[in-house]
Write a protein that binds this ligand. Sequence first.
Ligand code: GLN
Length: 242
Amino acid sequence: MSESTKSLTILHLYPRDMNIYGDWGNVLVLKRRAQWHGYKVKIIDYNPGDTFPRDVDIVVGGGGQDSGQDKIQADLHTIGPQLKALADNGTPMLVICGLYQLFGTFFQTHDGHIINGIGILDIETVAKSKRLIGNITIQSDTFGEIIGYENHSGQTFLHEGALPLGTVERGAGNNDQDNSEGACWKNIIGSYMHGSLLPKNPAIADWLIKQAATKKYGSFKPQTIDDRFADLAREHARKRPR
Ligand code: GLN
């Protein structure tokens, strides 16, 4: 099959309720870079009550206020088994902040109220009185330096089944105690990093595309992409105060 007839479908979870600090930008970057790598791209927006699509190659979800998390909770549980099956099967996923928390077992909000997660990631989250806010830089074995912005009350703790995405160099990350940021399991990446994340960290976007393409077509031949604007954005972000 020629590269131009190959296609990837991106499922965007809850764009209406879970999309803060421009997290939608992650979907745009995946779309554009996958096109540059020679794939046709289809984006499916999934909101509460929609029919869960059959063919999905990449899953992306963003952050949200506690109220947004409450709104989507029931629906997330109805599609939890489908998401779990995709996850088990090696489908790449990127979930940020609010959805990162709800891919774990639970998020206990400030007032003690529990929002149950779908337990795909072996993590749990409890809100603390001090919000963790500001620019953040971490080091990851797979992606090198990752640069973003965080703003969350929830503090996340990883259990045996999850590995951190990286180690915090500047900022807070998962919590104010262990210097870890994000969580990975199979081909899923969970992270607190907004920005949005992918425009400044194209290596993560290409990794997600590579997993999806390899799973679907057996191989991935990357094209050379001019990353000068991403490099400039990284350079500026690095200089900004916390
Ligand atoms: N409401 C959650 C918290 O404050 C998630 C916030 C977010 O997605 N930015 O921890």
